[in-house]
Design a protein around this ligand. Structure first.
Ligand code: C2O
Ligand code: CU
Length: 462
């Protein structure tokens, strides 16, 4: 995960220069396979047996995928799982046919079958990939990986590190709890686990040097846990959210909220001295525990570097669309401690009790789950304003496929570009985006058990 781009670039250039060959080798063809299969992976401390998980490429998180902005990602997805699956490339403004949503953009890939994904990565930044079939089970079993789209130019940092934060529900023998889709989780916060890892390890340690400048790409790959993070022995800036650079890097706040599926990119300098360690810690109900540490030996330079410049912006459509503005209201209801009026499931109106019997707990505008017709159909290039009113007792990490959006109102006026917005309980969040990407796009809660128990709809563009 800790690929040093400068070294890598040098090595590759030196190699090609020496051999003069640039034909793809056998090994490179092999790399183009993304295989999902069961695997034994050590996510618990070393004195426990490895855990049986579902993996991409035998590792958790899955292999890091890297591509230059504007280039094409190609992967032959081979499904060796006991269930149909797909791959969704979260946050990529992708061609609809490659979005990986079963029944909406493709048929799920049956066990033993394969599907070739190929798509251009239009935006530099930090993204990730995960299944979109029975996500509440497949993601919880370990299927996810980081996808990095590199910007052009020399990186303004010494080293970068992708950090996938995950949350597992393990039993005493470090076996995965098989309680997927439990009604108790679905109607509450989702499947919250009891074991947090970063890059598959409990509190991994990455040796670092004083005043070394790191780019940290934090990704929340958990099914439901919202992380509240703070740092020690590190100082720096948030430079991107959900892949998209901030116009102005923001000094690290005391706490950072990282909701399911969200990403935060930091440019951070190690300020701890040699012999100390820098930390990223998670805070929960007043308790703080380290999730990643950076033992410091050595010093990279005598003085810290100055504030970084903003990362180069991606080419996102400004918020002025063609024709009328499409205004859409989305009322979120249901869940424990909330009121769930009768709602429609597959065209049938059911009361809360009947819905609970079907393991369904949430509704958007009185509708539970997917429908044959979209929430709204808009023209290509139309500006969409989507008002999400959270009448439930829980926060929801709302994710839109195929587009990035900005939150309207609040102190900022217009917020940063995001693809996943955490809507607090009782909050109404209004987001806006230009629907420039034709196709059928999901809009759902990324607490994936909520998504499968009502909080999933779609919009159609074009
Ligand atoms: Cu990260 Cu619909 O997904
Ligand atoms: Cu939710």
């Amino acid at each position: 995960m800790a690929l040093d781009r400068r070294q890598f670039g040098l090595g590759a250039a030196a190699f090609l220069g020496a051999s003069g060959l640039c034909l793809p080798s056998r090994a490179e063809e092999e790399l183009a396979v993304l295989r999902a299969a069961k695997g034994l992976v050590r996510i618990a401390p070393d004195d426990y047996a490895p855990t049986e998980l579902w993996t991409y490429g035998g590792v958790v998180p899955g292999p890091e995928i890297r591509v230059m902005r504007g280039k094409t990602v190609r992967r032959r997805f081979i499904n060796n799982l006991p269930q149909p699956s797909t791959v969704h490339w979260h946050g990529i403004r992708i061609e609809n046919a490659m979005d990986g949503v079963p029944d909406l953009t493709q048929a799920a890939v049956a066990p033993g079958a394969q599907f070739d994904y190929a798509f251009t990565a239009p935006d530099a930044g930090t993204y990730w990939y995960h299944p979109h079939n029975r996500t509440w089970e497949q993601l919880a079993r370990g299927l996810s990986g980081i996808l990095i789209v590199e910007e052009e130019g020399d990186p303004p940092y010494d080293r970068e590190l992708g950090l996938a934060l995950d949350d597992w529900r393990l039993d005493r023998e470090a076996r995965l709890h098989e309680s997927f889709g439990a009604p108790m989780d679905r109607s509450h916060a989702g499947r919250i686990g009891n074991w947090v890892t970063v890059n598959g390890r409990p509190e991994p340690r990455y040796p670092a040097k004083r005043f070394e400048r790191l780019r940290l790409r934090l990704v929340n790959t958990a099914t439901a846990r919202v992380f509240t993070l703070r740092v020690k022995g590190l100082s720096g800036w948030i430079v991107a959210l959900d892949g998209q650079p901030l116009e102005h890097p923001r000094t690290l706040p005391e706490h950072m909220t990282l909701a399911p599926a969200q990403r935060i990119d930091l440019i951070a300098d190690i300020t701890a001295s040699a012999g100390e360690e820098a930390l990223i810690a998670s805070e929960e109900r007043g308790q703080t525990y380290a999730v990643t540490s950076f033992p410091v030996s050595d010093t990279a330079r005598d003085d810290p570097l100055g504030p970084p410049e903003a990362l180069p912006a991606n080419d996102l459509p400004p918020l002025n669309g063609k024709g009328d503005v499409a205004s859409v209201d989305l009322v979120m209801e249901g869940g424990a401690m909330g009121r769930m009026p009768a709602a429609t499931l597959n065209g049938e109106t059911l009361d809360a009790r009947a819905l609970a019997q079907r393991n369904q707990f949430w509704a958007f505008n009185g509708v539970v789950g997917m429908t044959k017709t979209p929430l709204v159909k808009v023209d290509i290039g139309q500006l969409v304003r989507l008002r999400m009113e959270n009448r439930t007792g829980w926060p929801h990490a709302m994710h839109l496929h195929g587009h990035h959006f900005r939150k309207l109102g609040g102190v900022e006026g217009v917020g940063p570009w995001r693809d996943t917005e955490l809507v607090a309980r009782g909050e109404t969040a209004e987001i806006a985006f230009v629907a420039d990407n034709p196709g059928k796009w999901l809009l759902h809660c990324h607490m994936v058990d909520h998504a499968d128990s009502g909080m999933m709809t779609w919009i159609e563009v074009g």
